[in-house]
Design a protein around this ligand. Structure first.
Ligand code: GDD
Ligand code: MN
Length: 403
């Protein structure tokens, strides 16, 4: 870490220890130099890519990190790759990854896999080649990573950020519409700019994403990846940026990207509400089982103070089985069913306690009311606790599975 620090920050080399002097760099630089890979997808960006690489090299000098540039080119017919190759002769930190044209998302996925597996990146950036994203903003996005964020968005729609003044109504509506769909259809309510293409992501987070599961090829990738990051519990930060219109070349956003974008947002919505609906159905079945068993036991002259916990326990077991084999079936847990069952039981004890004490309190307070009413009311707080503890503990995603 100490040597890295000096290598990456030659202007600070006066801090080199004098002969025999001991300087603790861990105190002066609490952060270790990280390997950053700037992923730049290109399709016909011959007129932009050379100056973009130069501009990024200038920014690299300002960072206390090790910056590399990975251009992901899809055999651009305009010869973008040749320009990159001449740059590679001058800069050893420029990499080129070629492939067939399959869309912006597909290019990013290829680039991210390469950056992680081959270049061993700690942080990757997504950035356009066309100067819509200002290279001068790179250090600010990186600073947010240094401060602990996993996923940093160069955001046009937070205070201090902006879209170009010259954008016409159609372009504004298009961008606004994309964000509304992303936020309210895909459920990314808290994010102001969820279609942004200027982002910094830690690979400790990115490594958990199973790219095949995103099922996107085009611009929908931005929302799909962001949604995955949110569901993996990533710390997300929006840093304001000014988006600049490109001066050279043209946008590659096509109608198929827009269609895929909208379909993807609805798919995300359907998928997450499906889990929610299943959970609610299981909960309802639990209520029926609980009250059914309770009524049967009362009819069999079992004391109500014994009948209550027995029927609660029976419904907890049926809830576990249904949630495990149905609701959360897709969540790949590292735990065996036995362990999950054990966790569910611990949670059950807590919710049984809550439900039973509510029942006792109500029976004492309102002795005239039918015990089934008390039993029913007791279910509500217990189910609430059940949901959260089981969703975030028992059926928690295994980070390694990335699902
Ligand atoms: N390799 C590859 N393959 N690169 C591509 C492809 C592709 O199929 N499609 C686009 N690119 C490259 C472009 O050459 C450019 O460097 C970058 O990806 C962004 O493409 P633009 O065509 O300039 O996108 P835009 O300006 O319309 O959209 C920008 O804003 C959107 C949000 O409004 C981008 O930043 C998007 O990512 C972002 O979602
Ligand atoms: Mn652009």
């Amino acid at each position: 870490m100490k040597t890295n620090f000096l290598r990456q920050a030659p202007e600070l080399s006066h801090l080199k220890p004098e002969q025999g002097e001991i300087i603790d760099f861990t105190v002066q630089t609490p952060m270790a130099a990280l390997k950053i890979v700037m992923i730049i997808p290109t399709y016909n960006e011959r007129d932009n890519i050379s100056s973009m690489i130069d501009a990024l090299q200038a920014q690299a000098k300002k960072l206390l990190h090790d910056m590399h540039i990975l251009v992901v080119d899809d055999n651009s017919p305009d010869g973008t790759a040749d320009v990159v190759r001449t740059k590679q002769a001058a800069y050893p930190n420029v990499h080129l990854l070629m492939g067939e044209k399959a869309g912006l998302g597909a290019a990013y996925i290829r680039g991210m896999v390469h950056a992680m597996d081959k270049l061993h990146a700690d942080v990757v950036f997504e950035m356009d080649a066309d100067f819509s994203h200002k290279p001068e903003d790179v250090p600010r996005l990186m600073a947010a990573i240094d401060q602990g964020a996993d996923f940093v968005i160069g955001s046009r729609y937070v205070k201090g950020g902006s879209i170009p003044k010259e954008w016409g109504l159609l372009r504004r509506m298009n961008s606004l519409g994309g964000n509304i769909v992303g936020r309210y259809v895909a459920g990314l309510y808290k994010i102001r700019d969820c279609t942004a293409g200027f982002r910094a992501i830690k690979t400790s987070l990115l490594g958990k994403v199973v790219f095949d599961d995103l099922r996107v090829q085009g611009y929908a990738f931005q929302v799909a990846l962001l949604h995955k990051a949110v569901s993996l519990g990533a710390s997300i930060k929006e840093v304001p940026v000014d988006f600049v219109d490109r001066t050279a070349g043209e946008s590659k956003l096509g109608i198929s990207d827009i269609i895929e974008f909208i379909l993807n947002a609805w798919w995300i919505r359907l998928h997450s509400s499906k889990t929610f609906i299943k959970f609610a159905i299981v909960g309802l079945s639990g209520v029926i089982v609980n009250l059914g068993v309770f009524t049967l036991l009362l009819q069999a002259d079992v004391n109500k103070y014994l009948a209550s916990p027995i029927s609660i326990e029976v419904s907890i077991i049926t809830n576990f089985l249904l949630n495990n084999y149905w609701t959360f079936r897709w969540r790949k847990s590292q735990d065996r069913v036995r362990i999950k069952g054990l966790k569910f039981n611990v949670v059950s004890l807590v919710s049984l306690g809550v439900s039973y004490s509510t029942f006792i309190a109500l029976s004492v307070l309102f002795p005239e009311t039918h015990p089934v009413i008390h039993q029913l009311i007791g279910i509500a707080p217990a189910m609430f606790i059940n949901y959260f503890l089981n969703s975030y503990w028992t059926f928690k995603h295994a980070p390694e599975s990335g699902n």
